[in-house]
Design a protein around this ligand. Structure first.
Ligand code: G3P
Ligand code: MG
Length: 254
């Protein structure tokens, strides 16, 4: 068994989302404190075309407001409390913009920016353009990987910039289409749902030169199983458990 297994990439899902309100700056900071090297977060466009960080299509579950993200202006989103739903101690935490997220994470960590778009190809293009522009402005392409389930978003990302590092998000086998898409895009990683990963998938990714970063793995035993199976990175709601897995691998198998 290779001794470098402990070097798997530790990625906090929506920050440290088991402990903190997901996709908020406090969640990103906490994930970094807990040993995450990279933060995964979800990007959407507001009605007035700002990029904000939120998972659901509506604000209803994770804020004190209601409505569809894409139909609300940034100023309306800024009025919402995105922390109290998780715990009263997070009251006042807001929905971050992409700019705020880059500025809070990049000094010490890397980012996996997941683009979420259910509109037209033109909407996908606008989200891709604005997201890439924010990263380019900070000269940070080496510290960011863009991912999406949405083919239009991935294609738009590649059209906008040859420098954007891309990952193809995929849920179910078969993965033939995902591999073909990754090759066509010049992607560097595949982000499969953990339950769909097996030895054949990892072997094929290796052959194609793709990294495999799995989501979302929370149980300590499952994290170790994934790393021992050979994945390159693990996306977890519990970044502290990723660091514990590293320690375990160093102690037991290092
Ligand atoms: O990027 C991995 C994972 O976040 C994809 O699914 O729904 O949690 O954004 P979701
Ligand atoms: Mg996501």
């Amino acid at each position: 068994m290779p001794s470098n297994l402990a070097n798997f990439l530790r990625i906090g899902h929506r920050g440290s989302s088991a402990e903190c309100p997901e996709n908020t700056v406090v969640s990103f900071r906490r994930a970094l404190e807990q040993g995450a090297q990279m933060i995964e977060c979800d990007l959407q466009l507001t009605a007035d075309e700002h990029v904000v960080v939120i998972h659901d299509w509506t604000v209803d579950r994770t804020t004190d407001g209601s409505g569809t993200v894409g139909e609300l202006a940034l100023e309306q989103l800024r009025e919402l409390d995105a922390g109290s739903w998780k715990d009263a101690r997070f009251a006042g935490e807001g929905i971050p913009t992409l700019d705020e997220t880059l500025d809070s994470v990049l000094p010490s960590g890397r980012l996996n920016l997941e683009l979420k778009c259910r509109g037209s190809d033109e909407d996908a293009r606008r989200l891709a353009f604005s997201s890439v522009a924010a990263v380019a402005q900070r000269d940070a392409f080496d510290r960011v990987i863009f991912s999406s389930f949405d083919v239009a978003c991935l294609e738009a990302l590649r059209d906008v910039s040859p420098d954007a590092r891309l990952a193809v998000l995929w849920v179910f086998a078969p993965f033939d289409e995902a591999f073909a898409l990754a090759e066509g895009l010049g992607a560097e990683a595949l982000h499969p749902r953990a339950e769909a990963v097996g030895a054949a998938l990892i072997d094929e990714a290796r052959e194609q030169g793709l990294a495999v970063n799995v989501w979302t793995v929370n149980e300590p035993a499952a994290i170790l199983d994934q790393v021992r199976a050979g994945v390159d990175g693990v996306i977890s709601d519990h970044p502290g458990r990723l660091l514990e897995a590293r320690a375990r691998l160093l102690g037991v198998e290092g």
